[in-house]
Ligand binder design. Structure first.
Ligand code: KG4
Ligand code: ZN
Length: 335
């Protein structure tokens, strides 16, 4: 079985063809970073227009790279949310139109679910598993029981991890996106600023990152030398690592206490590209003899392969969607 997946919920127009044998036959990504860079973040209207301009080219290349015709496909999967609604409408409408014209099944994909399930494409991960989803738009700890059954253990009450990286990078004039820039700078700095570790004195698995960002804001007004900036990157990244380590330790303990036989910790979403964070969480897992899995970087950030793979998973369960499925800017995992 082969499925075409289309992604357009943020600032990447992406399409991929993936098989039920876990082969990624193509994976095309057109990043809009240059369009948004001058604004220091994603501008929704610009994103939607850029998706519209590129989507046919990206999908065409995905089919050509995979050496398949539309008629070879078994289904078309498209991100229908959550995300920036203009972009979601572009991708979802394109996917539905192709499905309608080719008389193929259409599969509506939840973008967060796709990040969560991507590890099953790249690794042999069995249900149930613990998921740390950390992207620009989302921050959640879940137990993934089945393709469609997620128990959300914790979420952020304000900013996501990726968002806090982006905001801190903006404060330090490091450009957009902030995560890779901070990760690159951090090894040249000293962790010498005592930053808060928000919500780390409690058992709740919820996060809060806006206070951490505000603490960096106050410090960077007083400490302005190039070395200060590097030290702030190191201190900020280490503070995030400490928070994630604390929460993941508690989440694993909760699973043990409640006899949930998790098979692995999966780290997913754009922040999983951060090797310092992944190494620290892997060390936490080692203490519990729990495998740690993070997809390769190009599949951690937004991509079409994770959408196509979610399409494969849903196709195997014969879960298809109607062509009048409404694109959703918000779409909770529990829905
Ligand atoms: O999953 P993703 O591509 O898009 C969303 O669904 O949001 O995640 C993008 C986010 C951005 O906030 C970006 O700064 C962050 O992931 N990110 C990183 C790194 N690479 C990307 N954060 C920390 N370290 C990185 N190396
Ligand atoms: Zn994403």
């Amino acid at each position: 079985m082969i499925v075409l997946g289309i992604e357009s919920s943020c600032d990447e127009t992406a399409a991929a063809v993936v098989s039920d044998k876990k082969e990624i036959l193509s994976n095309v990504i057109n990043s809009q970073i240059t369009e948004h860079q001058q604004f220091g973040g994603v501008v929704p209207e610009i994103a939607a227009r850029a998706h519209l301009e590129k989507i046919d080219i990206v999908v065409d290349k995905a089919l050509k790279d995979a050496k398949v015709e539309l008629s070879d496909l078994d289904a078309i999967a498209g991100t229908c949310g959550p995300g920036l609604i203009g972009g979601v409408i572009v991708g979802a409408t394109f996917a539905k139109t192709l499905a309608m014209c080719m008389k193929l099944p259409f599969i509506a994909v939840n973008h967060i679910k796709a990040h969560a399930l991507c590890a099953r494409l790249t690794n042999d991960v069995q249900f149930p598993y613990l998921l740390m989803l950390a992207s620009g738009g989302h921050c959640q700890i879940c137990v993934v029981n089945e393709v469609n059954e997620f128990d959300v253990l914790g979420t952020t009450i304000d900013d996501s991890v990726g968002e806090s990286f982006d905001k801190v990078a903006k404060l330090l004039d490091l450009g957009y996106p902030g995560g890779p820039a901070i990760e690159k700078s951090a090894p040249f700095g000293l962790d010498r600023f005592a930053l808060p570790h928000p919500m780390c004195s409690q058992k709740s698995l919820n996060f809060s990152f806006s206070g951490l960002k505000t603490a960096v804001k106050v410090l960077c007004e007083k400490h302005t030398s190039p070395q200060d900036k590097l030290d702030l990157c190191a201190s900020f990244q280490n503070a995030v690592i400490e928070v994630l380590k604390y929460k993941i330790t508690h989440a694993i303990k909760k699973c043990i206490d409640e006899k949930i036989a998790i098979t692995a910790l999966v780290m997913s979403g754009g922040v999983a590209a951060n090797q310092a964070i992944c190494t620290s969480l892997k060390n936490v897992c080692n203490d519990f003899d729990l495998p740690f899995v993070a997809p390769p970087v190009r599949l951690c950030t937004d991509n079409g392969a994770m959408i196509a793979w979610t399409g494969v998973e849903k196709h195997l369960l014969s879960q298809f969607d109607r062509l009048d499925f409404r694109p959703r800017p918000r779409w909770a995992l529990s829905e």
